[in-house]
Design a protein around this ligand. Sequence first.
Ligand SMILES: [Zn+2]
Length: 314
Amino acid sequence: MTTYATQQLSSAQVPAEFLKQSVLRQRFLAARERACVHAGTIARWIGGPRFQDAFGILMYHRVISHLPESCPPTWNVSPERFRKQLSGLLNRGLQPRSLSHVLNRARRGETIERNVFVVTFDDGYENNFTHALPILRELHIPATIFLATAYLGRSEPFPFDDWPLKGSEQVPPESWRALSESQCDALLDSGLIEFGSHTHTHEDFRGRPGALVENLHQSAEFLRMRFGIESPTLSLPYGGERQGFSGPDFSAIAETAGLTCCLSTEQRLATRRETPFTWGRFIAEQCDSSATLMTKLSGWPETIRAIWQRLKQT
Ligand SMILES: [Zn+2]
């Protein structure tokens, strides 16, 4: 395992398009997304859930105390907000399920209840153990953490972390540091947490199918040898289909490599019409309340987004 962990870290870099989007287009996209959610809230009040045969997967990253001066896109959610979001969903009648639960049901062709939601985390930050786990335990909510397996136990920031405050003295190390292997053991011992792959080194794999295959094998082997996980789940780094970070080619590679799903960051519900290799996820942010998450999980914002795209093309 450690042979993988000692790999060169410099090969993993944040794609330029991703950085460019993060500073220039992020505010516009965030405002547009907020408008879709507001419109979706009205549609949900009038019409109820958009689809009856779908469920939603939430995507978190860091759970740390909110820092007003921190700039997007960090997707930092404070512990207080994290608790409110999830307890609010429970109070509204939603049922948390593990990713393996919904995958097993999908594999057997069984219906997944409309009010189900799944919690996931990307990258594998230490604060998933220090801040998220106690809240998940308190609320009895299972979750999957997708690990960039090459970096477990590292004391330096992830090379792909685009948060300007990472590694600085202004923020505690747990806000940006990777999980240690012993913390991973404790997470698994909790009985609430499952691990999946976020590839081994979290690189930009666009146009590099061979590198992705090799990286997935490294990550799957690490998870098998260190944690006894066979056929892990997968969430793709960066993950947006329009930017080329996910799509049919990635899904086919993941399926051939023996992974059990291939989650993107496309904000859409998982339906029975799709396979787990095309399921998307909803970003849960500090600005989200349980009401806005409920709206995202209703399916209306994605319908409004699709209408917007169609109008733009006409
Ligand atoms: Zn990531």
